[in-house]
Write a protein that binds this ligand. Structure first.
Ligand code: NAP
Length: 256
């Protein structure tokens, strides 16, 4: 199969690297020269990658087309491209809903919204898709784990959670900076913090706990350090703010 990417930013790069790490029978991956640094980097990764100068050329040569531009750019350029009925268009764009995509694309091809995140470059991570689509599921199941969602309103909850990526990494960054101030080198502290949180996430994901509540409980000893840290953070409304921000992001996704 021939596939193409409109927009060559962070998420295209991650998905393409993920694809290159699989045995998927993809003959060519057409990408746009934009962004030059990423397109050149990808070109050096595989002979399958072909850089083209115009978005329409990418669409013309591809069966499966990924839309990976910002919403502002998407609203301008999707309607200028000519798609075919046989195309499958997968949009990574956060705030253009399925109805608008249908309007911009005009022809009645298959259109799917998907939420991959950068860990897909390593072949890990969930990929929520809406609406369910067998071919798209098969592809993402090779790179990560597809979650098919039956209604768009529900899918917005997954988009909301995807916004926690940068806040999560900021936690790692803050904790690492704290260690640096205590005298550790940047390399040592970043290695320690990332492997600490990797281990904690693996434990939550792979070990058998009845739920996260039990995990939180089992992670504290009475009068211990974890109990103190949790109490203090709760008191400062640290966790309540996660709820407030999630609600605000969801409202934005709903266009309110
Ligand atoms: N990053 C993520 O983790 C993530 C996850 C899920 C979904 N998404 C969604 O995916 C989309 C892209 O995100 P991103 O983080 O990859 O953004 P990004 O790094 O800013 O990439 C956007 C890309 O679009 C290109 N572009 C701009 N105008 C264009 C045009 N007229 N024709 C073709 N390409 C054009 C840019 O090229 P230049 O650099 O040359 O301007 C750049 O390569 C967004 O809608 C975002 O919501 C992102």
């Amino acid at each position: 199969m021939h596939i193409g990417f409109i927009g060559t930013g962070e998420i295209s790069k991650a998905v393409i690297l993920g694809i290159l790490g699989t045995n998927l029978s993809i003959k060519k991956i057409y990408i746009s020269r934009r962004n030059k640094k990423i397109s050149n980097y990808l070109k050096n990764k595989s002979k399958k990658i072909v850089i083209l100068n115009h978005n329409q050329e990418i669409v013309d040569k591809s069966k499966l087309i990924f839309l990976a531009v910002t919403p502002e750019v998407g609203r301008k350029i999707i309607k200028t491209m000519k798609f075919k009925k046989s195309n499958i268009v997968v949009s990574f764009i956060s705030t253009i809903n399925l109805n608008d995509l249908k309007k911009y694309i005009k022809v009645k091809c298959q259109i799917v919204r998907a939420i991959p995140l950068p860990p897909i470059s390593l072949g890990v991570g969930p990929v929520p898709i809406y609406p369910p689509n067998k071919k798209v599921k098969r592809l993402f199941d090779k790179i990560g784990r597809t979650i098919e969602i039956k209604n768009e309103k529900l899918s917005l909850n997954f988009w909301t959670m995807s916004s926690m990526m940068a806040p999560y990494y900021e936690i790692l960054s803050q904790l690492s900076n704290w260690l640096i101030k205590k005298g550790l080198s940047k390399k040592q502290s970043e290695n320690y913090i990332s492997s600490l949180f990797l281990g904690l996430s693996k434990n939550a994901h792979q070990n058998k706990y009845s739920d996260f509540k039990e995990l939180v409980k089992k992670s504290q000893t009475s009068k211990g350090l974890n109990e103190q840290a949790l109490k203090e953070l709760k008191k400062s409304d640290f966790y309540k703010k996660l709820n407030t921000t999630s609600n605000n992001i969801l409202m934005r996704l709903k266009g309110k």
